[in-house]
Ligand binder design. Structure first.
Ligand code: C2O
Length: 535
């Protein structure tokens, strides 16, 4: 197998968007950042050099990091930040994985501008399990903020109050046409009639689930989160932050220009944001005078679209790519997640809006959990994360003010090596029901069930799909509902689980699993690298 070497220079660079210029943190001056290519089972080495006045870390979102948690990237979970002028080299193997993922900064809100695609090609000579596309294109969806994202984050933290939403969405870095500002069309996907394109779509936005559409064209979905799915056709892709979706697009019109557009899915009144970003699909034969064919995106609150998209996802579950769903469960957990209220002496009203899981608001430690775990350092975390709600209540009722108080803690949930875990992620309706894109580091999981309302531990498991559930690393907890996931804890280390809406993570909707070493020779975490940043 091959070694792919990269150097990521973290540098400030001026960008002009929405009629104004501002310096942003970038890798190599690019927004979105450079694409990381590798091949299944290869080794990747990325030297990161920090030349900006901010601390940074990078997370390789969806890369399993088997036994190599030191290179996973979330600040204060698996490593301390790389300080200005310092460097750190991430080294990992892409074992048994192929498909599209993303990398992004994993500290404060730097992910807003520090992100890019990961493309893992199948092994040489191994075809895709779908018709070979003529071309492949990467589509990175993001957000643009006129103000400094750190200021926005601090505002959220101090006031606990929304909204300061982004000022635009972007497609491959561009918002598209902006009235009274820019007539630039932004990104153009050039296509040739009759050809098929594999679009590797990535949602790198901080806080927005998105709908993605191209006028007069259909997609065949073939993969999500670097796992193959049973192909299905759709005209709208629903994709949450942290998720990736590969689709086949056949250029089946003869000529012309077609709008490619994204718009937010918003299930609450909390943040009001209707910005659509646009770009163009242009056929080779399109005449310059041709008008762009427009398209209609789903309504901003269309849970019909989000639910039907999620229900269409099934793992391919072929002989070559079987779905190895754990059937016996050692740890059966119910995580009630959402916003809550926390007492706070310095706050205006003595309390503020936070988020949590099972009424615990996760407090970031000042030293990395993985180091504390590896060296048995006391006092950094406690291993008493509640696996079930302490006081069960009606989570999705219209009486949301029950049980909203959270307590602060740096609590982890311990797992024996190779034990099997089921987590039912139940959304609460405090303030308002919201969907949550929940991401687990270090694993893929199977999404075995979902439903609206409160999870019923007696009847709902009878309806679980244990045959071909979709396998992924970031799932959607439906608005006012629940989702059940299963995984095998076969990767020793400390693994973050959190909402990939950055607002919710910042507010405390996060926790970590600690997976103990196994007894076997290849069942323990490797020793820390020499250049691991000090805290
Ligand atoms: Cu893509 Cu912990 O994040």
């Amino acid at each position: 197998s091959k070694v792919w070497r990269y150097k990521f220079n973290v540098v400030m660079k001026n960008f002009t968007r929405l009629c104004a210029s501002k310096p942003i943190v970038t890798i190599d001056g690019k927004f979105p950042g450079p694409t990381l290519y590798a091949r299944e089972d290869d080794r990747v080495i990325v030297q990161l050099v920090n030349n900006v006045p901010y601390n940074i870390t990078i997370h390789w979102h969806g890369i399993r990091q088997i036994r190599t948690g030191w290179f996973d990237g979330p600040a204060y979970i698996t490593q301390c930040p790389i300080q200005t002028g310092e460097s750190y080299t991430y080294k990992f193997n892409v074992t048994g994985q192929r498909g599209t993922l993303l990398w992004h900064a994993h500290i404060t809100w730097l992910r807003a501008t520090v992100h890019g695609a990961i493309v893992i090609l199948p092994k040489h000579g191994v075809p895709y399990p779908f018709p070979k596309p003529d071309h492949e294109r990467i589509i990175v969806l993001g957000e643009w903020w006129k103000s400094d994202v750190d200021d926005v984050m601090n505002q959220w933290m101090q006031t606990g109050m929304p909204p300061n939403v982004s000022d635009a969405h972007t497609i491959n870095g561009y918002p598209g046409r902006v009235p009274n500002c820019s007539t630039s069309k932004g990104y153009t996907l050039h296509v040739e009639a009759g050809k098929t394109y594999l679009l590797r779509i990535i949602n790198a936005a901080l806080n927005e689930d998105l709908f993605f559409k191209i006028a007069k064209h259909q997609f065949t979905v073939v993969e999500v989160d670097a796992s193959y799915v049973k192909p299905f056709k759709t005209d709208t892709v629903y994709i949450a932050p942290g998720q990736t979706t590969n689709v086949l697009l056949t250029a089946d019109q003869r000529s012309g220009k077609y709008l490619m557009a994204i718009s937010p899915f918003m299930d609450t009144i909390v943040a009001i944001d209707n910005q659509t970003a646009t770009s163009t699909v242009s056929y080779k034969t399109a005449e310059p005078y041709m008008q762009t064919t427009l398209t209609t995106l789903p309504a901003t609150n269309s849970t019909a679209t989000t639910n039907s998209f999620a229900e269409s996802l099934r793992s391919l579950n072929s002989a070559k790519y079987p779905a190895l769903v754990p059937l016996e469960i050692d740890h059966s957990l119910l995580f009630v997640a959402g916003v809550g209220v926390n007492n706070c002496s310095t706050c205006v009203n003595g309390s503020r809006v936070v988020a949590g899981i099972n009424n615990v608001t996760f407090v970031m430690p000042s030293t990395a959990l993985l180091q504390a775990h590896y060296y048995n350092t006391n006092g950094v975390f406690t291993a008493d994360f509640p696996g079930n709600p302490v006081t069960p209540y009606n989570y999705t009722s219209n009486n949301p003010l029950t049980n909203i108080q959270t307590t602060n803690g740096t609590k982890v949930y311990p797992l024996a090596y190779n034990s099997t875990v089921q987590v039912v992620m139940q959304g609460n309706a405090v303030i308002a029901p919201e969907s949550h894109p929940i991401h687990l580091h270090g694993f893929n999981f199977f999404v075995v069930g979902k439903g609206i309302g409160d999870y019923d531990p007696v009847n709902d498991p009878k309806k679980f799909n244990l045959v071909d559930p979709v396998e992924r690393n970031t799932l959607n907890v439906p608005t006012a509902g629940w989702t059940a996931l299963r995984f095998r804890a076969d990767n020793p280390g400390v693994w973050f689980l959190h909402c990939h809406l950055e607002v919710h993570t910042t507010w405390g909707l996060k926790m970590a699993f600690v997976v103990e070493n196994g007894e076997g020779p290849n069942e323990s975490i490797i020793p820390p690298p020499k250049d691991l940043p000090a805290c």
